[in-house]
Design a binder for this molecule. Sequence first.
Ligand code: LMR
Length: 398
Amino acid sequence: IFAAVEMAPRDPILGLNEAFNADTRSNKVNLGVGVYYDDNGKIPLLAAVKAAEKARLEAMPPRGYQPIEGPVAYNQAVQLLLLGADSELIAAGRVVTAQAVGGTGALRIGGDFLKRLNPSAKVYISDPSWENHRALFEAAGFQVENYPYYDAATRGVNFAGMKSFLLGLDAGSVIILHACCHNPTGADLSDAQWAEVVEICRERGLVPFLDMAYQGFAEGIAPDAVAVNLFAASGLQFFVSSSFSKSFSLYGERVGALSIITASKEEAGRVLSQLKRVIRTNYSNPPIHGGAVVAAVLGSGELRQMWEDELAGMRDRIRAMRSGLVDAIKAQGVAQDFSFVIQQRGMFSYTGLSAAQVERMKDEFGIYAVSTGRICLAALNSNNIGYVAEAIAQVVKG
Ligand code: LMR
């Protein structure tokens, strides 16, 4: 059966973990995957999560099947986080939310559902985008193409190029947008640019699909939801995949959600009925634990405040690492200006390092980064930042 099976390449991001784990050097650093580590190099278990888990453990709840779309309390908490407590869409029953197996699972069930709705549509992702976007939508059966996004010369968004490209798309085209903290570039649209994108989607009849994996890592929960709220105010229908992997430090629990904003309560009912069929044939219904923890934290005033404070702590530490890295590279005598790292938002920096330079960092220093030059700032700490700056200095000096 397997004689003709070819060896597949390693995953461009998670494959780095495999290589990193096999590396025996004690000073190795993993700047590949988007994971937040604390200043001791450990993945934190947030105090709010601990408190909610403790309460669950004490209650010893039974483990029956969940509803196919996940529990109401979780789905409502997701909607509130995305759209705010005074959302008219939520009040009107126009939002469908299903708990999903991480943000990736949300993208996949959204992709499968869209394929049933409009099999001949094309999917457009930013150039560049998260490596898994293309693979996910291709796996759902779509042809996937890029729209212009990053401008290497300005290290910002090529908004003119993006706009004129979107204006040329066929109605029904699916456009994947990073709601905040663009992965991998850290270059986000301004609020005014988002408003223009919303108008283009309306004018061209595009299907917006917002990927929101880093809510809270740019400015905070509400400000990071600007794009979602502009789409919400527009009256358009759209998709949002969201994730608690990073914001709750619950990576392995795979806690995410797909939300679909529909035109009416009646439409929402029909959409949910079809989405449930997609979920049932993928994984039946979502796992309990991670979602229950998130719902418990978001549903308690005290734990929610604790969580928001911890999230702010993560955000601030990443910011400190950004400026710390820029200073440390400068202190190495590097002429090139790296101050753009401070402007980029979220967990990543798109450093401009070439694939060859990234390879040298790995071979000579045991420092792992994505071959595109993306590094995860959230993996820097006071112990390794000097070493990483030294390695960057060495490879850019040639
Ligand atoms: C990343 O981009 O590193 C994260 O989103 C983790 C992943 O699943 O790729």
